[in-house]
Design a protein around this ligand. Structure first.
Ligand code: GLP
Length: 252
């Protein structure tokens, strides 16, 4: 694709907000609009600390009677391999705790990779097919790892296309140890949607906050597109919105 053509395709939007509270409210409003406009939407969901406030707002909107999740379908980005279903660090647990148990979503409509399945090939192919059977993702929510990962697509030599198993990098294990009792308890592997799976979503919304994210936000969205910074591929998505606070945008 030539530079001019690319310019027309890339319409990355940045919504600059003051702080985490405003970020959570604005991003929740984007999901709110999606759900109201298309009550049978397929939502790609994310874990991590960044979207917690957004989920709180969605629950509040639901409690006020403004949102109905009964026809919503979801597909989560990723899951640790090897944690039992009741482990409070599994992403399944996280989603139940922050959203699913608090709204009227039908558990049949919830999709998360099964980290307890030891057969990686079977599980990844099952998950990719499940997303296909949903008809694809309307809106994918993302956070960003300090090393530029999205989902658990770690920096590498190529952009993985489909759902796959990954060995987590030392920097990710280090970053995520805050949620575990001890670093030795952080799983070393995860199942994650591929970059191709994510890029097929109709709309992508990323939330990023805090000074810690400032260097990677600059690199990912103002630097070159490279699998060494997986999030940089989002520069090419035709409908990508970054909602970030002043601290996360402080280096641009
Ligand atoms: C994890 C998740 C990512 C998430 C990232 C950032 O590694 N797999 O989906 O975006 O952490 O987490 P946080 O939002 O806590 O900074």
């Amino acid at each position: 694709m030539g530079a001019e053509a690319l310019k027309e395709v890339c319409i990355m939007k940045i919504i600059r907000v003051k702080d985490y509270e405003e970020l959570s409210r604005k991003a929740a409003n984007i999901l709110f609009a999606q759900i109201v406009l298309k009550p049978e939407s397929v939502l790609g969901l994310a874990t991590g600390s960044s979207p917690i406030g957004l989920y709180e707002h969605l629950v509040e909107m639901y409690n006020h009677g403004d949102l109905d999740f009964s026809n919503i379908k979801t597909a989560n980005l990723d899951e640790y391999v090897g944690l039992s279903l009741d482990n409070d660090q599994s992403y399944k647990y996280f989603m139940n705790e922050h959203l699913f148990s608090k709204v009227n979503i039908d558990s049949k409509n919830v999709n998360i990779p099964d980290g307890t399945n030891p057969d990686a090939e079977a599980e990844c192919s099952r998950y990719e097919k499940a997303i296909g059977a949903l008809g694809g993702i309307d809106l994918q929510l993302l956070g960003i790892g300090n090393n530029g990962h999205i989902g658990f697509n770690e920096p590498g030599d190529f952009f993985p296309k489909e759902t796959h198993i990954v060995d987590l990098t030392e920097s990710t294990i280090e970053a995520n140890k805050r949620f575990f009792e001890d670093i030795s308890m952080v799983p070393r592997q995860a199942y994650t949607m591929g970059i191709g799976t994510i890029m097929k979503a109709g709309k992508i919304v990323m939330v990023a906050n805090g000074e810690k994210k400032a260097p990677i936000i600059k690199e990912a969205f103002y630097g070159k597109i490279t699998p060494q910074v997986p999030a940089s591929i989002l520069q090419l998505h035709p409908d990508f919105t970054l909602v970030a606070d002043e601290a996360a945008l402080s280096q641009i």
